[in-house]
Write a protein that binds this ligand. Sequence first.
Ligand SMILES: NC(=O)c1ccc[n+]([C@@H]2O[C@H](COP(=O)([O-])OP(=O)(O)OC[C@H]3O[C@@H](n4cnc5c(N)ncnc54)[C@H](OP(=O)(O)O)[C@@H]3O)[C@@H](O)[C@H]2O)c1
Length: 295
Amino acid sequence: MIVVTGASGFIGKGTIEFLLKNLPADQIVGMVRDVNKDKELNNLGIEIREGNYQDYQSLLKAFKGAEKVLLVSAHAFTDLTAQHINVIDAAKQAGVKHIVFTSIYRTESAQHSIPWVTLSMKITEDYLKKSGMAYTILRNTFYFDYLPYYFRDVLKEGKLVIPGGEGAVAFALRSDLAEATANVLAQSGHENKTYALIGNRSYSYGDIAEILSKESGKEILYADTGREDFIQKITETGVPVQQAEFWAEWLQAMKMDDMRGDGSNSLEILLGRAPVTLESFLKEVYFSGKTVQED
Ligand SMILES: NC(=O)c1ccc[n+]([C@@H]2O[C@H](COP(=O)([O-])OP(=O)(O)OC[C@H]3O[C@@H](n4cnc5c(N)ncnc54)[C@H](OP(=O)(O)O)[C@@H]3O)[C@@H](O)[C@H]2O)c1
C-alpha cells in the first residue's frame, strides 16, 4: 500500500489521480492535515488519513501498513527540514520500505542557494539516503504553471518585465511531474535513484518573449529589470511582499543559470512520452481565450 502525503495539494492529488489509472483504490491512501479542506478527495474512492508533518504520532498512524510513502515537500516559510525529518523517522518506525521525496532541481554547479528552501532540500536528501529505507529523490524543476503570475499582463503591456538576465530554465508542467511521480510509485526499479525531472528544453525569458511575439503577431520586448523594480511592480498587483521577495529569489537562481537543463531525459523516460512543451502551455494560457487559473 502507498501513502501519498500532500493529498490536498497539486502534486499529491495529481499523483493519486494518475496512480488510480494503474492501481486499485484500496492500495492507495491519501494523507492530509485537514480532512475537510478538499471534499473532492473523498470522491476518489481511496482511504483518507489525517497526518501533519509537525505531529509525529499522527504520522505513525497515517503510515500504518504502508510499503511506500510519497513525501511531498512542505511549504516554504515553515520549518521544512524538521518536518521532513519527522516524516522520514516516522515512516521508518512504521515499517515503510521506500520513500519517494519531491525535492528541487538545480544544476551541480548551482550558486544561488535559497536558504529556507534549497538548503532544506539538500539536508532532507542526505538524511533520507542515510535512513536505511530505499529512497527515490525527484528533483522537480520550476513549474511553468507559475509563469503567468510573473507576467500576467504581458500581452497588454507589450513587454515582458522580469529580472531573468540571460539565464535559462528547463521548466515543466506540474501535471507531468505528478504523472511521473505516480509512475515511480507504481513501478519497481526506482529504488535508490535520484532523478532530475526537467523539461527537454531550457528557455530564457528572451525565448519566452519571442514565443509570445510569434503567437501574438506583435513584438513583445523582453525588459530585464532589477530585483527591486520587479518586487514593486508585483506587489502593486496585490501580491504580498514576502511572496514577491520569494519569487525574486527564484528569479535570481534562474538568472544565474542554476535551473538550466543538464541533459537529463528522466522525465520523458518516466512519462513514456515527451513532456508538454512551454510553447503549448503559453498558447493555451494566452491564446486559447481561457482566463489564467488562480491557484
Ligand atoms: N517546483 C516548483 O515550481 C514548486 C512550486 C511550488 C511549490 N513547490 C514545492 O513542491 C511541493 C509540492 O508542490 P504542490 O504544487 O503540490 O504544492 P501545494 O499544492 O502547496 O501542496 C503542498 C501540500 O503539502 C501539504 N503540507 C504542507 N505542510 C504540511 C504539513 N505540516 N503536514 C502535512 N501536509 C502538509 C499541504 O497540505 P495543506 O493543503 O494542508 O496545506 C499540501 O497538500 C510544495 O509543497 C513546495 O515545497 C515546488
